[in-house]
Ligand binder design. Structure first.
Ligand SMILES: CCCCCCCCCCCCCCCC(=O)SCCNC(=O)CCNC(=O)[C@H](O)C(C)(C)COP(=O)(O)OP(=O)(O)OC[C@H]1O[C@@H](n2cnc3c(N)ncnc32)[C@H](O)[C@@H]1OP(=O)(O)O
Length: 132
């Protein structure tokens, strides 16, 4: 394994990177990875808030390693903090070569979501007592 070990728990998203996800150099697009992370984090935020939640900010994203076609990409998302209407979700993405058990951390970031109502305005969310 790499310097860190991939979490043993369930990934919010696990998907295989395919040629359609590549940039002009043949590596996987950072934007595609960000979309997977947004989807994973939004699942946590929507579940906690019991409804629609939108991304308002993404902080601290660094791409540490490239992802290649055929890699298994695992995205882990954990609710870290809950405000009045906002939720901060820590997201970490790992890659595993499909022919190996070696897994490497690709990127981490913190996504902030705001729960919104039918009127698209922020709505209150429950405090972070019950873990998602
Ligand atoms: C039939 C239906 C089926 C549905 C099946 C769907 C299935 C498919 C699922 C896929 C789902 C993918 C989901 C992806 C998620 C998007 O991609 S969402 C699209 C991109 N995001 C947007 O379009 C959001 C655009 N922004 C907005 O509309 C407005 O800014 C918002 C979010 C309504 C907030 O309005 P506002 O007036 O700025 O709110 P304000 O009251 O000032 O602040 C609200 C909270 O945000 C915090 N905040 C404000 N600015 C910041 C900031 N820069 N940083 C951090 N926090 C901030 C405030 O501190 C406050 O927090 P609390 O103290 O209340 O906890």
């Amino acid at each position: 394994m790499s310097e860190e070990t991939m979490p043993a728990g369930e990934a919010a998203i696990r998907v295989t990177a395919v040629p359609a996800d590549t940039n002009v150099y043949g590596d996987i697009f950072g934007g595609w990875l960000m979309a997977q992370m947004d989807l994973a984090a939004s699942a946590v935020a929507s579940r906690h808030s019991g409804g629609r939640a939108v991304t308002i900010a993404v902080d601290g994203m660094t791409f540490h390693r490239p992802v290649f076609v055929g890699d298994e990409v695992s995205v882990f998302a954990t609710l870290e903090e809950v405000g009045r209407t906002s939720m901060k979700v820590a997201v970490a993405t790992w890659r595993r070569d499909r022919h190996s058990d070696e897994a490497y951390l690709v990127t981490r970031a913190r996504f902030t979501f705001v729960a919104i109502g039918q009127d698209r305005r922020p709505r209150n969310v429950k405090p972070m007592t019950a873990a998602v």
